[in-house]
Ligand binder design. Structure first.
Ligand code: ATR
Length: 279
Protein backbone atom coordinates (compact mmCIF):
# COMPACT_ATOMS: atom_id res chain seq x y z
CA UNK A 1 0.00 0.00 0.00
CA UNK A 2 1.53 3.37 -1.03
CA UNK A 3 0.88 6.12 1.50
CA UNK A 4 0.28 9.79 0.73
CA UNK A 5 -0.94 12.76 2.79
CA UNK A 6 -1.95 16.38 2.51
CA UNK A 7 0.50 18.22 4.77
CA UNK A 8 -0.46 21.66 6.05
CA UNK A 9 -1.83 23.72 8.91
CA UNK A 10 -4.81 23.70 8.96
CA UNK A 11 -5.81 20.57 6.98
CA UNK A 12 -9.08 19.56 8.62
CA UNK A 13 -11.27 20.90 5.80
CA UNK A 14 -9.13 19.69 2.90
CA UNK A 15 -11.05 17.94 0.13
CA UNK A 16 -7.87 16.28 -1.17
CA UNK A 17 -8.44 12.91 0.62
CA UNK A 18 -11.84 12.62 -1.08
CA UNK A 19 -10.44 13.55 -4.50
CA UNK A 20 -7.40 11.26 -4.32
CA UNK A 21 -9.50 8.33 -3.06
CA UNK A 22 -11.74 8.72 -6.13
CA UNK A 23 -8.74 8.79 -8.48
CA UNK A 24 -7.31 5.65 -6.84
CA UNK A 25 -10.63 3.80 -7.21
CA UNK A 26 -10.98 4.91 -10.82
CA UNK A 27 -7.50 3.78 -11.86
CA UNK A 28 -7.20 0.70 -9.62
CA UNK A 29 -4.17 2.12 -7.79
CA UNK A 30 -3.55 0.75 -4.32
CA UNK A 31 -2.88 3.72 -2.02
CA UNK A 32 -3.99 5.53 1.11
CA UNK A 33 -4.31 9.31 1.39
CA UNK A 34 -4.79 11.05 4.74
CA UNK A 35 -4.44 14.45 6.38
CA UNK A 36 -1.18 15.31 8.18
CA UNK A 37 -1.42 18.35 10.45
CA UNK A 38 2.09 19.78 10.76
CA UNK A 39 3.04 22.08 13.67
CA UNK A 40 4.02 25.50 12.30
CA UNK A 41 7.56 25.12 13.63
CA UNK A 42 8.04 21.46 12.71
CA UNK A 43 7.03 20.95 9.08
CA UNK A 44 10.31 19.35 7.98
CA UNK A 45 10.56 17.02 10.99
CA UNK A 46 6.92 15.90 10.65
CA UNK A 47 7.35 15.12 6.96
CA UNK A 48 10.67 13.38 7.54
CA UNK A 49 9.02 11.09 10.10
CA UNK A 50 6.20 10.34 7.65
CA UNK A 51 8.68 9.54 4.85
CA UNK A 52 10.80 7.34 7.12
CA UNK A 53 7.66 5.52 8.21
CA UNK A 54 7.01 4.48 4.62
CA UNK A 55 5.29 7.54 3.11
CA UNK A 56 5.61 7.79 -0.68
CA UNK A 57 4.76 11.46 -1.14
CA UNK A 58 2.49 14.32 -0.19
CA UNK A 59 0.54 17.35 -1.20
CA UNK A 60 1.55 20.52 0.60
CA UNK A 61 -0.79 23.35 1.47
CA UNK A 62 -0.64 26.63 3.42
CA UNK A 63 1.62 27.82 4.85
CA UNK A 64 4.34 25.37 3.83
CA UNK A 65 4.63 25.54 0.03
CA UNK A 66 7.84 27.61 0.05
CA UNK A 67 9.41 25.47 2.77
CA UNK A 68 8.50 22.30 0.88
CA UNK A 69 10.30 23.56 -2.21
CA UNK A 70 13.39 24.42 -0.16
CA UNK A 71 13.47 20.92 1.41
CA UNK A 72 13.75 19.03 -1.88
CA UNK A 73 17.10 18.71 -3.66
CA UNK A 74 15.34 18.09 -7.01
CA UNK A 75 12.50 20.10 -8.51
CA UNK A 76 10.52 20.47 -11.73
CA UNK A 77 10.92 23.59 -13.88
CA UNK A 78 7.48 24.85 -12.85
CA UNK A 79 8.24 24.45 -9.12
CA UNK A 80 11.55 26.24 -9.61
CA UNK A 81 9.81 29.14 -11.36
CA UNK A 82 7.28 29.34 -8.52
CA UNK A 83 9.94 28.75 -5.80
CA UNK A 84 7.09 26.84 -4.14
CA UNK A 85 5.86 23.24 -4.17
CA UNK A 86 2.42 21.73 -3.59
CA UNK A 87 3.65 18.20 -4.39
CA UNK A 88 6.56 16.17 -3.00
CA UNK A 89 7.56 12.68 -4.08
CA UNK A 90 9.90 10.82 -1.74
CA UNK A 91 12.13 9.19 -4.36
CA UNK A 92 14.93 6.86 -3.20
CA UNK A 93 17.47 9.23 -4.76
CA UNK A 94 16.11 12.28 -2.87
CA UNK A 95 12.87 14.20 -2.52
CA UNK A 96 11.42 15.66 -5.71
CA UNK A 97 9.36 18.88 -5.62
CA UNK A 98 6.71 19.82 -8.14
CA UNK A 99 4.03 22.47 -8.45
CA UNK A 100 0.78 21.42 -10.10
CA UNK A 101 -1.31 24.46 -9.05
CA UNK A 102 -0.67 26.44 -12.22
CA UNK A 103 -1.33 23.64 -14.68
CA UNK A 104 -4.47 22.84 -12.66
CA UNK A 105 -5.63 26.42 -13.09
CA UNK A 106 -4.88 26.45 -16.82
CA UNK A 107 -6.71 23.15 -17.39
CA UNK A 108 -9.71 24.38 -15.47
CA UNK A 109 -9.85 27.58 -17.53
CA UNK A 110 -9.20 25.98 -20.92
CA UNK A 111 -10.88 22.57 -20.64
CA UNK A 112 -13.53 22.93 -17.96
CA UNK A 113 -14.55 26.54 -18.55
CA UNK A 114 -13.84 26.31 -22.31
CA UNK A 115 -11.77 29.52 -22.54
CA UNK A 116 -8.56 29.15 -24.60
CA UNK A 117 -5.91 31.49 -23.17
CA UNK A 118 -3.81 31.98 -26.31
CA UNK A 119 -3.98 35.59 -27.48
CA UNK A 120 -6.06 36.79 -24.50
CA UNK A 121 -5.42 39.56 -21.96
CA UNK A 122 -5.13 38.11 -18.44
CA UNK A 123 -5.05 39.89 -15.07
CA UNK A 124 -3.70 38.05 -12.02
CA UNK A 125 -4.45 39.88 -8.76
CA UNK A 126 -1.96 39.05 -6.00
CA UNK A 127 1.74 38.25 -5.89
CA UNK A 128 2.00 35.70 -3.07
CA UNK A 129 2.47 31.95 -3.25
CA UNK A 130 -0.79 31.29 -5.09
CA UNK A 131 0.11 33.74 -7.83
CA UNK A 132 3.70 32.47 -8.05
CA UNK A 133 2.48 28.94 -8.72
CA UNK A 134 0.14 30.08 -11.48
CA UNK A 135 2.33 32.34 -13.59
CA UNK A 136 4.58 29.83 -15.38
CA UNK A 137 1.77 27.60 -16.71
CA UNK A 138 -0.38 30.66 -17.52
CA UNK A 139 2.46 32.09 -19.62
CA UNK A 140 3.00 28.77 -21.39
CA UNK A 141 -0.63 29.01 -22.56
CA UNK A 142 0.56 32.05 -24.59
CA UNK A 143 -1.73 34.92 -23.60
CA UNK A 144 -1.04 38.17 -25.48
CA UNK A 145 -0.72 40.08 -22.20
CA UNK A 146 -0.46 39.09 -18.54
CA UNK A 147 -0.65 41.78 -15.85
CA UNK A 148 0.28 40.90 -12.26
CA UNK A 149 -1.37 43.48 -9.98
CA UNK A 150 -0.54 43.63 -6.29
CA UNK A 151 -1.00 45.90 -3.28
CA UNK A 152 2.80 45.77 -2.88
CA UNK A 153 3.98 46.43 -6.43
CA UNK A 154 7.56 45.38 -5.69
CA UNK A 155 6.41 41.81 -5.04
CA UNK A 156 4.63 41.72 -8.40
CA UNK A 157 7.80 43.07 -10.04
CA UNK A 158 9.91 40.28 -8.50
CA UNK A 159 7.57 37.67 -9.98
CA UNK A 160 7.53 39.40 -13.35
CA UNK A 161 11.33 39.58 -13.45
CA UNK A 162 11.65 35.89 -12.58
CA UNK A 163 9.26 34.95 -15.41
CA UNK A 164 10.71 37.27 -18.08
CA UNK A 165 12.31 34.49 -20.13
CA UNK A 166 9.16 32.33 -20.13
CA UNK A 167 7.08 35.37 -21.15
CA UNK A 168 9.48 36.18 -23.99
CA UNK A 169 9.37 32.58 -25.25
CA UNK A 170 5.57 32.76 -25.29
CA UNK A 171 5.41 36.17 -26.92
CA UNK A 172 3.49 37.50 -23.90
CA UNK A 173 3.66 41.11 -22.69
CA UNK A 174 4.22 40.59 -18.92
CA UNK A 175 3.72 43.58 -16.62
CA UNK A 176 3.69 44.39 -12.89
CA UNK A 177 1.15 46.97 -11.70
CA UNK A 178 -0.44 48.41 -8.57
CA UNK A 179 -4.08 47.62 -7.85
CA UNK A 180 -5.44 51.07 -8.75
CA UNK A 181 -4.12 51.30 -12.30
CA UNK A 182 -3.87 47.77 -13.58
CA UNK A 183 -5.89 48.13 -16.79
CA UNK A 184 -9.41 47.53 -18.06
CA UNK A 185 -11.63 44.96 -19.77
CA UNK A 186 -9.43 41.88 -19.38
CA UNK A 187 -10.61 38.61 -20.96
CA UNK A 188 -9.67 36.65 -17.83
CA UNK A 189 -9.28 37.96 -14.26
CA UNK A 190 -7.87 35.66 -11.57
CA UNK A 191 -8.10 36.52 -7.87
CA UNK A 192 -5.03 35.03 -6.22
CA UNK A 193 -5.07 37.33 -3.18
CA UNK A 194 -6.01 36.36 0.35
CA UNK A 195 -8.98 38.79 0.23
CA UNK A 196 -11.66 36.12 -0.22
CA UNK A 197 -10.31 34.12 2.69
CA UNK A 198 -10.27 37.25 4.88
CA UNK A 199 -13.71 38.44 3.78
CA UNK A 200 -12.00 41.68 2.65
CA UNK A 201 -13.19 43.92 -0.20
CA UNK A 202 -12.35 43.04 -3.83
CA UNK A 203 -9.11 44.99 -4.26
CA UNK A 204 -9.59 46.15 -7.88
CA UNK A 205 -12.26 48.23 -9.69
CA UNK A 206 -15.00 46.41 -11.62
CA UNK A 207 -13.80 47.93 -14.91
CA UNK A 208 -11.03 45.30 -15.00
CA UNK A 209 -13.90 43.11 -16.24
CA UNK A 210 -16.23 43.39 -19.22
CA UNK A 211 -19.42 41.48 -19.95
CA UNK A 212 -18.38 37.95 -20.88
CA UNK A 213 -14.97 38.03 -19.16
CA UNK A 214 -14.04 35.01 -17.09
CA UNK A 215 -13.55 35.95 -13.43
CA UNK A 216 -11.98 33.16 -11.39
CA UNK A 217 -11.37 33.11 -7.64
CA UNK A 218 -8.93 30.48 -6.40
CA UNK A 219 -11.16 29.95 -3.34
CA UNK A 220 -14.37 27.92 -3.32
CA UNK A 221 -17.44 27.64 -1.14
CA UNK A 222 -18.69 30.65 0.85
CA UNK A 223 -15.23 32.34 0.66
CA UNK A 224 -15.59 32.84 -3.11
CA UNK A 225 -19.16 34.18 -2.97
CA UNK A 226 -18.28 37.89 -2.74
CA UNK A 227 -15.98 37.75 -5.77
CA UNK A 228 -18.49 35.77 -7.85
CA UNK A 229 -21.30 38.25 -7.03
CA UNK A 230 -18.99 41.16 -7.88
CA UNK A 231 -18.21 39.56 -11.27
CA UNK A 232 -21.86 38.77 -12.01
CA UNK A 233 -22.83 42.42 -11.39
CA UNK A 234 -20.86 43.49 -14.50
CA UNK A 235 -21.98 40.53 -16.63
CA UNK A 236 -18.77 38.52 -16.28
CA UNK A 237 -18.77 34.75 -15.88
CA UNK A 238 -17.70 33.83 -12.36
CA UNK A 239 -15.85 30.64 -11.54
CA UNK A 240 -14.64 29.38 -8.18
CA UNK A 241 -11.46 27.42 -7.45
CA UNK A 242 -12.98 23.97 -7.17
CA UNK A 243 -12.04 22.98 -10.72
CA UNK A 244 -8.47 24.15 -10.15
CA UNK A 245 -8.38 22.09 -6.95
CA UNK A 246 -9.44 18.89 -8.74
CA UNK A 247 -7.16 19.51 -11.74
CA UNK A 248 -4.06 20.17 -9.60
CA UNK A 249 -4.88 16.95 -7.74
CA UNK A 250 -5.14 15.04 -11.02
CA UNK A 251 -1.71 16.26 -12.08
CA UNK A 252 -0.27 15.38 -8.63
CA UNK A 253 -1.71 11.86 -8.96
CA UNK A 254 0.09 11.56 -12.28
CA UNK A 255 3.39 12.78 -10.76
CA UNK A 256 3.18 10.11 -8.05
CA UNK A 257 1.60 7.19 -9.91
CA UNK A 258 2.34 7.81 -13.61
CA UNK A 259 -1.36 7.35 -14.40
CA UNK A 260 -3.77 10.04 -15.65
CA UNK A 261 -7.08 10.07 -13.75
CA UNK A 262 -10.38 11.31 -15.20
CA UNK A 263 -10.99 14.59 -13.37
CA UNK A 264 -14.41 15.52 -14.81
CA UNK A 265 -16.62 13.06 -12.85
CA UNK A 266 -14.71 13.82 -9.63
CA UNK A 267 -15.29 17.56 -10.06
CA UNK A 268 -19.03 16.96 -10.58
CA UNK A 269 -19.21 14.68 -7.56
CA UNK A 270 -17.28 17.12 -5.36
CA UNK A 271 -19.47 20.04 -6.44
CA UNK A 272 -22.62 18.06 -5.56
CA UNK A 273 -21.13 16.95 -2.27
CA UNK A 274 -20.23 20.52 -1.23
CA UNK A 275 -23.59 21.89 -2.40
CA UNK A 276 -25.25 19.27 -0.21
CA UNK A 277 -23.31 20.31 2.90
CA UNK A 278 -23.07 24.11 2.31
CA UNK A 279 -25.44 25.99 4.57
P1 ATR B 1 -0.76 32.94 -0.73
O1 ATR B 1 0.38 32.01 -0.52
O2 ATR B 1 -2.10 32.35 -0.46
O3 ATR B 1 -0.72 33.64 -2.06
P2 ATR B 1 0.41 35.21 0.60
O4 ATR B 1 1.77 34.83 0.12
O5 ATR B 1 0.23 35.68 2.01
O6 ATR B 1 -0.63 34.02 0.44
O7 ATR B 1 -0.15 36.31 -0.40
C1 ATR B 1 -1.35 36.94 -0.19
C2 ATR B 1 -1.65 37.89 -1.36
O8 ATR B 1 -2.90 38.55 -1.06
C3 ATR B 1 -0.63 38.99 -1.55
O9 ATR B 1 -0.60 39.32 -2.91
C4 ATR B 1 -1.20 40.13 -0.72
O10 ATR B 1 -0.78 41.40 -1.09
P3 ATR B 1 0.63 41.98 -0.51
O11 ATR B 1 1.69 41.26 -1.25
O12 ATR B 1 0.59 43.42 -0.84
O13 ATR B 1 0.60 41.67 0.97
C5 ATR B 1 -2.66 39.96 -1.05
N1 ATR B 1 -3.57 40.56 -0.05
C6 ATR B 1 -3.82 40.10 1.19
N2 ATR B 1 -4.75 40.88 1.78
C7 ATR B 1 -5.09 41.84 0.90
C8 ATR B 1 -6.01 42.95 0.92
N3 ATR B 1 -6.77 43.20 1.99
N4 ATR B 1 -6.09 43.70 -0.20
C9 ATR B 1 -5.32 43.46 -1.27
N5 ATR B 1 -4.45 42.43 -1.35
C10 ATR B 1 -4.33 41.63 -0.29
Amino acid sequence: MHRYVIAGNPVAHSQSPFIQARFAEQTGQSLTYDRLLCPLDAFAATLQAFAEGGGAGCNVTVPFKFEAFALAPRASERATLAQAANVLRFDAGGWYADNTDGIGLVRDIERNAGVPLAGTRVLVIGAGGASAGALGPLLKARPAELVVANRTVDKAQVLVDRHAAVAAASGTRLLARGLAHCGEAFDVVINATATSMQGAAIPVAPHVLRPGSLALDMMYGPAARGFLDWAAAVGATGRDGLGMLVEQAGEAFQVWRGVVPDTAPVLTELRNRLAGTAK
